[in-house]
Design a protein around this ligand. Structure first.
Ligand code: LCS
Length: 412
């Protein structure tokens, strides 16, 4: 099946009792056993069948099958949130004395849990610019167990080379984990480039309607599944059947939403590039994006997230965020509605200013999640909000200064 067919069909009931077309919501915390012997056989793993919803549930299984199929993976494990997926993988694969190498611009809380909770249990972490393979290689120690990257990265839109990172991780005996939230499996399938484990915040593109939080872990093989699944079941960061049903409803239009949103994003990125109130635009689909070629090689499209720096720095950004009428000022991303936010004071406020600056998360960076509305309406809204900067903060120089942003190659 092609990916759009999988989004609609994977995980649908094959032997439905009443011919239902949608997966039923099995809202049951526990499942009866035909006999005491069957119950014991299910617990020992000698018989398949559901036991207790924290350990598995048919509605949740349907979603796990759907996302694993979209990723061309082996098996999925649905989690309560994206952070539950990430922390479960860390809990399962790291131990006292071990070390992890991660992208320096991962989602704020991913970095924070490594530097606080996991550090407390003796896990060391190093954060590098993962778009530079030599930095990843240099950071690896004999104790390194995981190389973890997010590409495109939140919020800098930095792209890391998946195949190159996989080679380095495997040469050094590390598990290569990718957070594929920003691209979604519709645009990027990391297993095709050598990844071992994929994590998702389903809250974003996969659900796509800003009404559910959820996460998913997908493994490439059975042995990795067996390493992680008991940790998820026992620590309990699992999903609820109703939540799974809502995400299943969302994922069935993944391809339609992603296609429309990225078409809108490309048009808006070009418009923003030429806007006198915009200093720089980072969108992987623009040829001047520092890793545009890598994105073109490993992705099926460039997605719908854009980072911009506006005239007037943070003050200018605040004016834009307070002036939009159609864009919603809110964190999160990947829904059908367009959102705008300020990472330094919102999603990445938990990361220190010094670390944010090293990672390219400057104070003037404004992040845009482009949705599926009419692109003309979106452009008009941004244009009005950007023009409010000059009206409020005049005078500002009108010449463009794209090349001033630290993420541009020549300024490294
Ligand atoms: N990974 C990435 C790349 C994310 O962007 C997020 C959330 C997570 C993991 C965590 O997923 P959650 O637990 O929220 O389902 N990113 C958010 C953001 O940029 N704004 O609000 C949440």
């Amino acid at each position: 099946m092609k990916k759009s067919t999988k989004a609609i069909h994977a995980g649908l009931p094959h032997n439905s009792r009443y011919g239902e077309v949608s997966v039923p919501i099995y809202q049951s915390s526990t499942f009866s056993f035909p006999s005491a012997e069957d119950g014991a056989a299910r617990f020992s793993g000698n018989q398949s069948g559901y036991i207790y919803t924290r350990m598995g549930n048919p509605t949740i299984t349907a979603l796990e099958e759907n996302v694993a199929a979209l990723e061309n993976g082996h098996k999925g494990m649905a989690t309560a949130t994206g952070m539950a997926a990430i922390s479960t993988v860390f809990l399962a694969l790291l131990e006292k004395g071990s070390h992890i190498v991660s992208s320096d611009c991962v989602y704020g809380p991913t970095r924070v849990i490594l530097e606080t909770a996991f550090a407390k249990f003796g896990v060391a972490s190093t954060f590098v610019d993962s778009s530079d393979l030599t930095q990843i290689e240099k950071a690896i120690r004999p104790s390194t167990r995981i190389v973890f990257i997010e590409t495109p990265a939140n919020p800098t839109m930095k792209i890391s080379d998946l195949a190159g990172t996989a080679r380095i991780a495997h040469k050094n005996g590390c598990v290569f984990v990718v957070d594929n939230t920003f691209a979604s499996p519709y645009l990027q399938r990391p297993f095709e480039h050598g990844t071992d484990v994929i994590v998702h915040s389903l809250t974003k593109f996969i659900n796509g309607h800003s009404d559910v939080v959820g996460g998913m872990i997908v493994t490439r093989d059975e042995s990795m599944y067996k390493n992680i699944k008991p940790v998820l079941n026992q620590f309990g960061g699992t999903m609820d059947p109703h939540q799974a049903w809502l995400v299943l409803r969302g994922v069935r239009t993944l391809h339609l939403r992603v296609e429309r949103a990225q078409e809108n994003a490309m048009k808006l990125a070009r418009f923003l590039e030429s806007h006198p109130m915009v200093d720089w635009v980072l969108y992987p689909g623009l040829p001047n994006h520092p890793q545009h070629d890598i994105a073109a090689r490993q992705m099926d499209g460039f997605g719908s997230m854009i980072a911009i720096g506006v005239k007037g720095g943070l003050d200018g950004g605040k004016i834009v965020m307070n002036s939009v009428r159609l864009f919603t000022l809110a964190v999160s991303l990947g829904g059908v509605e367009s959102l705008i936010e300020h990472p330094a004071s919102m999603t990445h406020a938990s990361v220190s200013k010094a670390e944010r600056e090293l990672a390219g998360i400057s104070d003037e960076l404004v992040r845009i999640s482009v949705g599926c509305e009419d692109v003309g309406d979106l452009q008009e809204d941004l244009d009005n909000a950007l023009n409010a900067i000059s009206a409020t903060l005049n005078p500002f120089p009108l010449e463009r200064t794209d090349e001033e942003h630290p993420l541009f190659e020549e300024n490294r």
